[in-house]
Design a binder for this molecule. Structure first.
Ligand code: PEP
Length: 249
């Protein structure tokens, strides 16, 4: 059975104090939630403090990235081992902002995914097309290639730990959302692509939608059979909105 998941990507927002306050509110307001797994992904500087707050709760702790190398002379990088060592359970890998601004390609992302898995961290692997690719009707091929180049190169046991986030780049932070039909059709496509390699195991993969998801549209999107939750950006910075989204199941 696949899990319903709502993950909050805080991006480069909040100070440590603000992040700890935000997670405290999320803990408080999520007490009666039972059918959805919540995950928060604070900036690196807050992970330890937020993790301390999360102790004894069911809320998962994620990073927004990890290094593509295991250790050594890589100034400014944070390794999967370091993250695992402070209790990180998930890592967002391949977010479109990383792909676009930091030129992360599939080769790099595969290294990150493998290192995360080797350290017991579950990757939240992001895929999605940009506006031109959507307008040229290439979105199905784009996500297929993104998955084949990375996810197809991990072994079957590791595949069970992967979460996929479909995030159309044209919907991220723009206020534009994919319609629930658009979300369903591409999520079903992603599951089909995964099943080409991992057969029925793809049925158990949680596939999250991301892109201007908010309390007003989450219910319709999450009602789609192949949408198993959301990766939330802007709305994850407000505890009420984040919890309202999680209550949309
Ligand atoms: C994201 O960046 O993962 C995201 C979905 O952002 P937003 O919800 O702000 O569009």
């Amino acid at each position: 059975m696949r899990k319903n998941i709502v993950a909050g990507n805080w991006k480069m927002n909040t100070t440590v104090n603000e992040g700890v306050k935000l997670v405290s509110e999320i803990i408080e307001k999520s007490k009666d939630l039972s059918n959805v797994k919540l995950i928060v992904a604070p900036p690196f500087t807050h992970i330890f403090s937020v993790g301390e707050k999360l102790k004894g709760t069911d809320i998962g702790l994620s990073s927004q990235n990890c290094a593509s190398e295991a250790k050594g002379a890589y100034t400014g990088e944070v390794s999967a081992e370091m993250l695992a060592n402070i209790g990180v359970e998930y890592a967002i890998i391949g977010h479109s902002e990383r792909r676009e601004y930091y030129k992360e390609c599939s080769e790099t992302l595969l290294k990150k995914v493998k290192l995360a898995l080797a350290n017991g961290i579950a990757p939240i692997f992001c895929v999605g097309e940009n506006l031109t690719e959507r307008e040229e009707n290439r979105h199905f091929d784009v996500v297929k290639q993104q998955i084949e180049e990375v996810v197809f190169n991990i072994d079957e046991n590791d595949f069970e730990k992967i979460i996929i986030a479909y995030e159309p780049v044209w919907a991220i932070g723009t206020g534009k959302t994919a319609t629930s039909e658009q979300a369903q059709e591409i999520h079903a496509h992603i599951r089909k692509v995964l099943s080409n390699k991992f057969a029925e195991k793809a049925e158990n993969t949680s596939i999250l939608y991301g892109g201007s998801c908010k309390p007003s549209n989450a219910k319709e999107i999450f009602a789609q059979p192949d949408v198993d939750g959301g990766l939330i950006g802007g709305a994850a910075l407000n505890a009420d909105d984040f919890i309202a989204i999680a209550k949309s199941f």
